[in-house]
Design a protein around this ligand. Structure first.
Ligand code: SF4
Ligand code: SF4
Length: 242
């Protein structure tokens, strides 16, 4: 039974909730994150998200320890996305790490393509695409006066002369306006292979098939241009799975 009187997701079969709960607990990292809970609330006092949301790391520790799969499912769909992953909750006198449990829960939510995961990560699509296709995250040309009116008139001056400002930065790899710095093709390919081999691309496919397809196309073109045989690469993955 859920600890909440107005429990949500009552239409979801308990078997589904239990399977997701078991998946979190089966993760090899899990047993190193929770050792029992005093309910002292120190983690809540340290948690920045608890100040701004209806959110509590203590609840995660309690729900997992009590094997409350109904409340677990609510947390998995809602509260996991309120954590800022700062790990201030590791101040716990029992050496618990609720933030790390939340990390595992997020991965399970993404791997199962839960609607909440899709919605929570929707606004990151551009960032995911940018990192994976260029190797960098933010770009100088995002600095537009309309986006940051509270930064004052300097933003307008910088954005109008961005190219000049960027060329004043000593490293030549930063003489760019569309990228934070120029990442070599070799590095981009290495990053792509890491994401593919570690299953990160599969996770992206679960939450945003459109971005996944564009990335596959962009990176496979780059692989071909650099003389890599994609079939060999796929075989390497299959051998690794066996
Ligand atoms: S990692 Fe999450 S739960 Fe832990 S203190 Fe930070 S915001 Fe709170
Ligand atoms: S600090 Fe640790 S023991 Fe205290 S409530 Fe949080 S998880 Fe439980």
């Amino acid at each position: 039974m859920s600890i909440y009187a107005d429990a949500k997701y009552s239409e979801v079969p308990v078997e589904t909730k239990q399977a997701l709960f078991d998946e979190v607990k089966a993760d090899m990292r899990y047993e190193h994150q929770l050792y029992g809970c005093y309910e002292c609330g120190i983690c809540v006092a340290a948690c920045p998200s608890a100040r701004f949301y209806d959110f509590s790391p203590r609840v995660f520790a309690q729900v997992m320890a009590r094997e409350d799969v109904d409340t677990f499912y609510e947390l998995l769909n809602d509260s996991v996305w309120d954590c800022s992953q700062c790990f201030s909750c590791t101040r716990c006198p029992r050496q618990n790490n609720p933030g790390a449990v939340i990390t595992i829960m997020r991965e399970v939510a993404v791997n199962h393509g839960l609607q909440s995961a899709k919605e929570a990560l929707k606004s990151y699509s551009r960032i995911i695409y940018k990192i994976m296709s260029t190797g960098t995250q933010v770009a100088p040309d995002m600095l537009q006066p309309d986006f940051f009116p509270d930064w004052g008139p300097d933003v307008k001056q910088v954005s109008e002369n961005l190219d000049v400002w960027r060329r004043c930065v000593p490293p030549e790899t930063m003489h760019t306006t569309e990228l934070a710095w120029d990442v070599s093709e070799k590095t981009r390919l290495e990053l792509y292979m890491i994401w593919k081999l570690t299953g990160n691309l599969e996770m992206i496919e679960k939450i945003d098939e459109g971005i996944f397809m564009i990335l596959e196309e962009v990176m496979e073109e780059l692989l071909e241009e650099n003389g890599y045989d994609i079939d060999d690469f796929e075989n390497l993955l299959e051998e690794d799975e066996e």
